[in-house]
Every structure is written in C-alpha cells, then in structure tokens.
Design a binder for this molecule. Structure first.
Ligand code: UD1
Ligand code: MG
Length: 466
C-alpha cells in the first residue's frame, strides 16, 4: 500500500526508536546530559517524521495539498506541503526537550543546590522558591525560538494553501523574528561590530550600528526563508541544501565544544552556551529533514512545499541570531546569496519572470535542460536589458536566443543557479543536478568555514575560536 511502511522499515524505525528512548531514560542518571538527549531526540524526530510523512500522504492529497511533478514523463500528482509534517514533528520535539537542558537548573533552583533534603522555609515556598537561581534568560531564548519558528510555519502553510503574493508575504518573517530580536535586545543587546584591522585607523576598533543592527537581523530572517524557496523546483534540492547548511553549522558548533579551549582561553569557552543552544535546535532539524529527504529524493514521492523552505530558513536565522554568529551563517549561504543576486533581475521584473523557473524536462531524452523566459509583445524586454543579457551570454552566464532579422533578444534562460548549472554542464538527469548543487553547497560552506577561522586572522586580530 502506498501509505504504509514495509516490514523492514517498521523494524528499522522501531529499533531506532527503542534505542533512542533507552538513551533518553539514561540521561536522567547523574546530571542529565542534554546534548546526548538532543541526539536521542533527533533519532526520534527521524523515526516519527519518516513514518508520518508516509502515513499522512494520502490525507494531504485529499485535503488538496498536492502538486504535479513537472520533470517526469508522466504527470503524476503527489502530496505537497509535507514540510508541515516535518516542522510539526520538529516543534513537538523542541517542546518535549525543554526540561532536558534545564534539568540541572530546575533541580538546583527548586531544592537548594540539588540537595533534596534541604528544608524550604514557608516564605520561599510562597514566593516560588529560588527563582534567582534559574537561568530565565536561556529559557526565554529557547521559547522565543519556538515562537518565531511556529509563526513562520503558519506563514508557510498559508502560502501553500493560498499561494500568497510575494509582496504580501515578504515582511512576515521579519514579524516572526520579533520574539528572538526582543530576547536578543534584553539578553545580549550588542549592536557593535568589530572593524577589520586595516580600517581601524578610520573607524576605531568597534563600530556601533545601533538600530541598524536590528534591521540587519530582520533582513537575515527575511532572506534565509525566501532564498531557500527560490533555489527550489527539482526533487531533493530544498532539503539537501538545508541539510548541508545545518550540518555545517553543527560542525562549526562542535569546533567550539569538542577540543578543550587552548591555553589562555577561559574554560569552558565563553561561546559554549550559544553553540550548545544552536546544536539543540539543529540536531532534531537534521533528524527530521533526513527523513523528509528519504521521501523527497529523486524520484520524489512527496513535495516539501513552501512550508519546509520557510521553516528551514527560519531555523538558520534563529540559530544565527540567538547564537550570535549571523556572519558565519551568511558564509554558509553563499550559493543562496549568489542565486538571489543572479535572480534579482527577474525578481524585480527587469526581465520578465514566468510563474515557474524550474528547469525544463525533455521528454525525449529524460534529461533536464535550462528553462527559458520568452519575450514578445506581452512580455517586452527593454533594449538596454537585452544588451546586458547579450553581454552575459558572451561570458556564459546566461544563454540567449536572438531574432536573426532584428538582432533582438527573444528568449533567455531563467536566471537561477539550477538553470545556470545546466547552461555550464549541459543537460543532465534530475538527481545529478541535485547532487551537483549539493556538492557546490558543501564546497562553498567548507571554504566559508575555512575563511571564517583561518583567513579572517589576516584582517582581524583574533578568531574567537582560538
Ligand atoms: C519558487 C520559484 C519558482 C519555481 C518554484 C519551484 C522564484 C521566484 N520562484 O516558486 O520559479 O518554479 O519555486 O518549486 O524563483 N515542483 C516540481 N518538482 C520539484 C519541486 C516542485 O515539479 O521537485 C513543482 C510542483 O509542481 C510543485 C511546485 O513546483 O507543486 C511548487 O511550486 P511553489 O513552491 O508553489 O513555487 P514558488 O515557491 O512560488
Ligand atoms: Mg516554493
């Protein structure tokens, strides 16, 4: 049956679930190991998301959440918006996880330094015991992250339901970011940036951006979700790019946590808490996304929908902002930034933009080719834009077709990284295109981290990693 799990899948998922539950039960012995618990929760996220995506597909189709896979010989409809399942599992896991990182603090705050024989005085019982001992600010960060993510998932589902106009939905992630920005304001409030050494004679060591810093973070929360949504349209690409970014972010977090800090640095590393926080949000995301990818990989059995794109982007914005490493995040988003800049002429309608820009499926060969925008009286192209496109064609940044009689540009490949890749490397199968772009994402990300931790020392006096 389409919507059920095979014996083998049942066995594997149940074993994984049992193993994760056993690990979870053990984390309460001793101090409680939130990171181990988080790993176990990401296993649970994988198992639940895998099973639920399979089970709920038909129900989503009946509710109208379905889409046609445009790059297949037969136009079959498959469930869309399955990212909503992934996001829901993820949010539930984050909520159930709340007591784990705070377990030690809860014990300490409620029973007097973990000593359960400690006698409470009447007044302490009445005033809520040792409130001052509990790290409320950390809990506030965590809760604000959940709130921001929930808001953006609502937007995603709304968009999948009603296809909301670009100009109407663009600001919503910025509103969704208000909870995390408020916590940032109260908790951290740093709006100064470190100036690179060569520029210090002019600007000083630190430069205060003031409210612009908040505008910058709001812009990040608009950019991340939308940039993933426009680098989309072939099986697996939305999830694979998000997984690579998440894994690289987690890898960067581990750099701060695994080796003991070098001599001269305080132990534990001052950024430990931010990076732990980031891991708590990323590990279950990786688990749930892997399960979604298993269903969305070529040939896809489900689509992830805009919900997943917005949700994934917002996870990155949240960890980047609350973990205080938004610039490192931007280094990992280089392909998304490149795709956005490359797309800008179409996004801002300098070049006419069709509803779909995903690569074109050639039925005869079974391969993907660059899709094109056609210019005629209904979609005219300004001569100066045509001239620029011809110039870009010369340097192989786009492929244009000109009318032999008038020399005017009548067609050009759509301005997305996916189409550009096909212009460069020729037609290819959908999964190879996805693998190619994933490799690019990984290479750019690793290089970004290298730049962040090694080359940055050329222009900054120190790397906060060590
Ligand atoms: C964005 C892109 C659009 C691209 C679309 C594909 C911009 C401004 N918009 O629009 O150019 O065509 O994403 O997701 O860049 N689909 C497939 N195979 C896939 C994934 C999607 O055929 O692997 C098709 C399905 O018909 C699916 C539809 O794309 O129903 C989803 O499109 P949607 O997410 O609604 O498009 P947008 O996000 O608005
Ligand atoms: Mg989309």
């Amino acid at each position: 049956m389409a919507g059920s799990l095979s014996r083998r899948e049942q066995f594997m998922l149940l074993s994984l679930l049992a193993a994760c539950l056993a690990v979870l039960a053990n984390t309460f012995d001793g101090d409680g190991e939130p990171l181990v618990a988080s790993l176990a929760f990401s296993g649970i996220a994988f198992a639940s998301c895998y099973a639920l995506v399979r089970w709920l597909g038909d129900a989503f189709m009946r509710a109208g959440f379905k889409g046609k896979d445009m790059s297949k010989p037969k136009l079959v409809e498959i469930p869309e918006t399955m990212g909503a399942v992934c996001a829901t599992v993820y949010l539930f896991i984050l909520i159930v996880f709340i007591p784990f990182p705070f377990y030690k603090d809860i014990v300490a705050a409620t029973s007097g330094g973990g000593n359960r024989d400690f006698i409470l005085h009447v007044q302490e019982v009445e005033t809520g015991r040792f409130l001052h001992r509990f790290p409320h600010s950390k809990l506030a960060s965590y809760l604000s992250a959940i709130l921001s993510l929930q808001t953006v998932v609502l937007l995603g589902i709304g968009d999948d339901l009603f296809d909301i106009r670009w100009r109407h939905k663009i600001l919503i992630p910025a509103f969704a970011a208000i909870p995390i920005l408020s916590v940032y304001f109260v908790d951290f409030g740093v709006t100064k940036i470190v100036i690179p050494t060569p520029l210090r004679p002019y600007f000083g060591e630190l430069f205060d951006l003031g409210w612009l810093y908040y505008a910058y973070m709001a812009a990040i929360s608009i950019f991340c979700p939308n940039s993933i949504n426009i680098l989309a349209g072939i099986n697996g690409i939305e999830v694979s790019q998000s997984l690579i970014i998440a894994m690289l972010l987690a890898f960067n977090d581990l750099l701060y946590l695994l080796p003991p800090p070098p001599a001269g640095f305080p132990s534990p590393h001052p950024a430990t808490d931010s990076h732990l926080f980031s891991l708590y949000l990323l590990l279950p995301f990786i688990g749930a996304s892997l399960a979604l990818l298993a269903h969305n990989w070529f040939p896809a059995r489900v689509f992830v929908g805009d919900t997943y794109c917005y949700f994934a982007g917002m996870v990155f914005a949240v960890v980047g902002i609350l973990g205080h490493f938004s610039k490192t995040l931007l280094l990992l988003l280089v392909p998304q930034i490149a795709n956005f800049v490359y797309s800008a002429p179409q996004l801002f309608h300098l070049v006419p933009c069709p509803r779909h820009r995903l690569p074109r499926f050639n039925r005869a060969t079974g391969l993907l080719e660059p899709s094109t925008a056609v210019f005629d009286e209904r979609n005219p192209l300004r001569p100066v834009v045509g001239a620029v496109l011809k110039l870009l064609h010369r340097v192989r940044l786009v492929r244009v077709t000109t009318d032999p009689a008038s020399g005017r540009v009548v067609e050009c490949t759509n301005l997305t990284l996916l189409n550009l890749w096909l212009v460069w490397w020729g037609p290819m199968r959908e999964d190879r295109l996805c693998l190619g772009l994933s490799a690019l994402q990984l290479a750019c990300g690793l290089f970004g981290l290298f730049v962040r931790h090694k080359l940055a020392l050329l222009v900054f006096t120190q790397d906060n990693w060590g």
